[in-house]
Design a protein around this ligand. Structure first.
Ligand code: AMP
Length: 308
């Protein structure tokens, strides 16, 4: 069983989709990553910060999944990070209505001592300097460092982002962000350019159109499972990242071959995440359902063309 360190937000989310809206519910990148990674045989810890306004039950929910929460700092009289988003009718695009950093504004992550030699580090979407601080606390070079980021940091902290990505192995970003980071429209060219910036593996997420994995001249593609109903896409990208990094930590195999499977596992788990609001679907997800859908994935992508 490999060790996985996850850094990211544990948050209050308030979500509106064409199908309804929520009050403040549990969200945050690290929450979704941790829940997805807990589907694998992995010893994981979340490093984050919250206020004491976050219901204890949310943290218990994470620890009940076997996630070490000793790296989640609880600030007395502090307010937890809060994000409010509204999805458009096609569910592919959303507007951020509110982002309140609250305790996150002064976040100095501390990796618990028993995780500073973790095999895999998953840096969830956060300020690049916070991500770098986690890398610097590792006492042994992890086998794999994966980083997720977004356009917000490209707009507001590009130089810091360019610095941290020099130190990582895999970057996961969406197609528009890959274009923004490189100025290349072609995703193949964008991925090649990103590989010159540090990460030797580039995962480009294309929402309902799946995900691409690039490494040197190799390209691998995983579709997203066509779903009858998508309810709330919040956390799909983080769930993908959690499935990807959780699988690699559990197998302790970070080869390209293993990463192809990791992309499938990430896509598979993300397909569940979007079926209910927030974390609801991931909280109750059973291994048997996950395996059943993996079979569907395999069937979806198999064909038998005779090659001459
Ligand atoms: P995703 O849908 O995968 O992009 O992730 C959604 C999650 O990201 C939500 O649960 C939010 O709490 C969290 N989030 C939104 N904005 C930020 C931000 N600027 N920094 C860190 N986490 C964020």
């Amino acid at each position: 069983m490999g060790k996985l360190v996850v850094v990211g937000t544990v948050a209050f989310d308030e979500i509106e989709t064409p199908f309804g809206k929520t009050d403040k519910i549990l969200g945050g990148a690290a929450t979704f990553i941790g829940l997805a990674a807990s589907q694998f045989d992995v010893d994981s810890a979340i490093v984050s910060i919250v206020g004491d306004d976050l219901p204890k039950a949310y943290l218990t929910l994470l620890s009940d999944k076997g996630i070490d929460i000793s790296g989640i700092e609880i600030v007395e009289n502090g307010k937890t990070f809060y994000w409010k988003g509204k999805y458009h009718n096609d569910l592919n695009s959303r507007d951020t209505l509110i982002t309140e950093l609250n305790t996150l504004a002064d976040f100095n992550p501390v990796v618990p001592a028993n995780y500073t030699e973790a095999d895999v580090v998953m840096l969830g979407n956060l300020h690049p300097m916070v991500q770098l601080s986690v890398i610097n606390q590792m006492t042994k070079r992890p086998k794999l460092i994966v980083l997720d980021t977004m356009n917000f940091w490209m707009d507001n902290a590009l130089n810091d982002l360019l610095e941290v990505i020099k130190h990582i192995d895999v970057i996961t970003i969406n197609d528009e962000e890959a274009r923004q980071l490189t100025g290349e429209y072609s995703l193949v060219k964008a991925a090649a350019k990103i590989q010159t910036m540090g990460p030797k593996y580039v995962v480009i997420k294309k929402g309902e159109h799946g995900a691409l994995l690039f490494h040197n001249e190799n390209i691998f593609f995983a579709p997203a499972l066509p779903l009858e109903e998508v309810f709330d896409p919040t956390g799909a990208g983080d769930t993908f990242a959690g499935g990807f990094s959780g699988y690699l930590a559990a197998t302790n195999d970070v080869s390209f071959k293993s990463m192809k499977n990791a992309v499938i596992h990430g896509s598979n788990l993300a397909s569940f995440c979007v079926e209910k609001f927030g974390t609801a679907r991931m909280e109750k997800l059973e291994k048997i359902e996950v395996n059943k859908r993996l079979h569907q994935f395999k069937a979806l992508t198999q064909f038998d063309i005779e090659l001459k």
